[in-house]
Design a binder for this molecule. Sequence first.
Ligand code: NDP
Ligand code: 8X3
Length: 249
Amino acid sequence: MKTILVTGATAGFGAAFARRFVKDGHRVIATGRRVERLQELAQELGPAALPLALDMTDAKAVDGFVASLPEGWRQIDVLINNAGLALGLGPAWESDLSDWDRMIATNVSGLVHLTRAVLPQMVARNDGLIINLGSVAGDYPYPGGHVYGATKAFVLQFSLNLRADLAGLNVRVTNIEPGMVTGSEFSKVRFAGDESKAEAVYAGTKSLTPEDIAETAGWLVGLPPHVNINRIEMMPTCQASGPFTVKRG
Ligand code: NDP
Ligand code: 8X3
């Protein structure tokens, strides 16, 4: 049984990870800002889930989070850096700077701070796994992706660079890079609560689901300690990368 810290467990992938890991016999520390959602999840999952409020943009709370855990929960075997968001899909020059700042604060600074808080104990034990949620948006550019894609490119390079430092240790780091995933709040958040815009993203597709991503994470957790999967790029079969854009005059 492992103790798995999941950020962003109030919706989407994070809730699916929590359900999957508890089903697999692990314990989950489920975090996020919407406490009532965490409590509902904990009621569903029983004593194997510890629901705790954590805002990834609150650097002080993130830095002190591991030390603040109840006794018996401070050894983190697996960290899932999942909390994240995209805000807006308009052109860069029309984007709201505060949206850009919030994406950077959540997807980059929050992830970096929590990783820094958890890494020393993993190194000391010579054991641990960090799974970061990147995105195909960090691998390929698309119009309106600007800062969101750049935060995910950061997450990819941070993941690979962590392994460069960790070479020789059984502390594993994997960057999961999904494409279209329906069944989460991602697009609703991106379009500021506009449900019809969010639904249109997945209309007529059989997109990936949060459970598909949780299946991948469950497989990673079960691998032997000497096996590191550096990165996993995954898309539904209805999606593929396209050609370069050429605008002709
Ligand atoms: P959801 O919007 O469904 O879930 C996002 C989670 O992040 C929520 O639990 C939310 O919790 C949490 N979160 C957001 N901001 C903060 C914050 N400041 N502090 C703490 N938690 C926060 O999205 P998904 O499940 O789809 O996305 C999960 C991850 O996967 C993200 O990093 C996303 O970028 C990435 N991803 C998503 C894809 C998709 O198509 N869905 C594809 C590729 C990657 P709360 O609001 O309660 O704090
Ligand atoms: C989410 C996938 O393509 O909407 O990261 O950016 S995409």
